[in-house]
Design a protein around this ligand. Structure first.
Ligand code: ZN
Ligand code: ZN
Ligand code: ZN
Length: 375
């Protein structure tokens, strides 16, 4: 796969997105947007350069002007193949030429522009030097909700990615856990995600026993034992859109305490889900889930936000976090993933992707949230 993503969008779709982004930029008081390779560029044009290139590649969007993609000459043929390329003008530059002078001609001498968070500092510095009258803001900070509300086609792709992750989990429950290393189970999980259509696997967390108390533990050499809780958290991209789900399983019969903690996380996840409806501030989803855990006395062991958005990446705005007052809008998609982490002992996390509907929320992950007993 070179030059573009597998998402089935047309030049018209990308044209509409670029127009929407230009309008949003103008509304935010920006003279335009400078979009570097990464999720925003993929969403706006379908173009994803094959290699992380140090050569300047930049989509210039300005209100009332045609979109222009500044691209290194040797990448231009690939860029021209991206579906969105029909909706924009390519301006290529060859090695030895000054790409900032070329870009400067598109920006004008002054103005406040939004620039991709992941643009190279080298390029931003080059632009600032060439155009001292311009200034720049983080695109994500200026337009955090640019990609947050998904259209019907995007929702379908996200639902399909979620269903594929669910299918992977349904198969995984049949593999042996006890006596195998976390990394072996993680490899099984990655293979299953690919088998069910993922082109990219972003993470396959298998955190057994005490490792489960570390939310960032990936998968290691630890041999899973009978009696272990095992946190599974996995996802990636299918047809250009993300999946991300967690379930916590137990090897053999759990103790009463393990059941109690798992039930609590399940209730918290349900409470977070039920808080989802249009107009509700993001932080209320976090509060609803957190209250269940705090009321049971485990508040200090829920050590991360409740959720994050998902789309052409597996982590993006909106964030379900205290202080985020952005109201939910139908079409937004994000995780609801409370957890409890007991240091040195075990952890539990349950995560579904949820989309906001006209009157509530709909889960895009639908495997059982009851504790699954594995062998
Ligand atoms: Zn146990
Ligand atoms: Zn996850
Ligand atoms: Zn997540």
């Amino acid at each position: 796969m070179t030059g573009s993503t597998a998402a089935p969008f047309t030049a018209d779709d990308y044209r509409a997105r670029m127009r929407r982004a230009s309008r949003a930029a103008a509304d935010a008081g920006l003279a335009g947007l400078l979009v570097a390779p990464g999720p925003d560029l993929v969403w706006l044009t379908g173009y994803a350069p094959t290699a992380a290139t140090e050569r300047l590649t930049l989509l210039v969007l300005a209100p009332d002007r045609e979109p222009v993609l500044v691209v290194p000459a040797l990448e231009a043929p690939d860029a021209a193949h991206a579906a969105g390329a029909a909706a924009l003008t390519l301006r290529d530059w060859t090695d030895g030429k000054d790409p900032y002078a070329l870009t400067a001609g598109l920006l004008g001498a002054s103005g406040h522009f939004g620039i991709s968070d992941n643009a190279w500092a080298m390029h931003l510095l080059g632009l600032q030097q060439t155009l001292p009258g311009t200034s720049y803001a983080s695109l994500t900070q200026a337009l955090p909700m640019l990609r947050a509300v998904k259209d019907a086609a995007e929702l379908e792709l996200l639902a399909a990615a979620g269903a594929a992750a669910d299918a992977a989990f349904e198969e995984l429950r049949h593999v042996p856990f006890g006596g195998r290393r976390e990394s072996d189970v993680a490899a099984d999980l990655a293979a299953l995600l690919r088998r069910f259509g993922h082109s990219q696997v972003d993470f396959t967390i298998v955190a057994s026993g005490p490792n489960g108390a570390d939310p960032h533990h990936e998968a290691g050499d630890r041999v899973i034992e009978r009696g272990d809780m095992v946190v599974l958290d996995f996802g990636g991209l299918k047809d250009g859109y993300g999946s991300d789900t967690s379930r916590t399983v137990h090897v053999g019969e759990p103790t009463g305490e393990e059941r109690e903690v798992h039930d609590l996380v399940r209730e918290a996840q349900e409470a977070g889900f039920r808080a989802v409806r249009p107009g509700v501030p993001c932080q209320e989803v976090d509060r609803a889930a957190r209250a269940v855990i705090a009321d049971a006395g485990y508040g200090e062991y829920f050590i991360h936000r409740t959720g994050h958005g998902i789309g052409v990446t597996t982590h993006e705005p909106p964030y379900m976090i205290e202080g985020e007052e952005q109201p939910l809008v139908p079409g937004m998609c994000f995780s609801v993933e409370p957890g409890i982490y007991l240091p040195g002992r075990f952890g539990v996390r349950i995560e579904d992707i949820v989309t906001v509907t006209e009157d509530g929320g709909r889960r895009l992950n639908n495997t059982s949230r009851e504790m699954l007993i594995v062998e």
